[in-house]
Design a protein around this ligand. Sequence first.
Ligand code: SAM
Length: 284
Amino acid sequence: MADGILYLVATPIGNLEDITLRALRVLKEVDLVAAEDTRHSRKLFNHFGITTSLTSFFQHNEAAKGERIIELLRQGKSVALISDAGTPAISDPGYLLVCRCHEERLPVTAIPGPCAVVVALSLSGLPVARFAFDGFLPAKSGARREVFAGVANEYQRTVAYYEAPHRLLAALHDLRDVLGAERQIAIVRELTKIHEELFRGSADEALEHFGQSRVRGEIVLMIAPAMVKPPQETVREALRRLGADPDLSRRDIVKQVARQFGLSGSEVYKESLDMDDEMEGING
Ligand code: SAM
């Protein structure tokens, strides 16, 4: 008998419409759905008329429950893993089970969908050609300050964290102390929900903004690379400026501009092609 498949199914992070047709089909067709909180997932199931059996699968039963799921897969049963919201295994249970399936050479596949950190980064308007995700910020100030100290010299990547609303202000105080009042950040709250909010600005401005009232909802905090300020010149202006230097090839120019704006080389190269009449005469 063929082994069953483990499906890692992404579910909405707020708005219930953010679920794929494939996710709905798989959740209806599998033999069992392992969910972080079965009561929470039952609401999703009721909304979409899904009647598949649910079993709980959370941090503290992950190892034991995982072995039971491995047995079911061996018996040819298919299982879907979901978390309360978003993509399984991303700051949620799943890693151990996925690892065990790979060890046992059992088939695992992903049904992609929402993931709060990815949605946050794409919405932030911060440079995201390169980024890092560092999970939840530590709850204690000392540990948090150490984490922030680690990004003081991060000149290349935007770094993102999940944070609890009741700790946001304390985290922002630590961030300002360690990284300076001017460090550019972005904060998203309640993505895909009615009260969705995007804040962009300096650490100081964030304290001013979020210090006004009690912070609620789900939050992703992102720190821009050091020294990244709103660009003084546009990409085209930078290409034009460097294009005037006869010693620079197009390759050198694209590289420099990509670094300056935190963009990928291919994006800048395409922009330089679009303004080819102005860049005439530059070595290819
Ligand atoms: N696996 C999930 C994912 O793919 O996004 C993340 C689970 S983690 C336990 C929950 C954290 O994700 C929240 O505390 C918050 O920081 C972030 N998050 C989840 N949903 C969000 C939303 N709608 N808006 C902003 N942040 C969200």
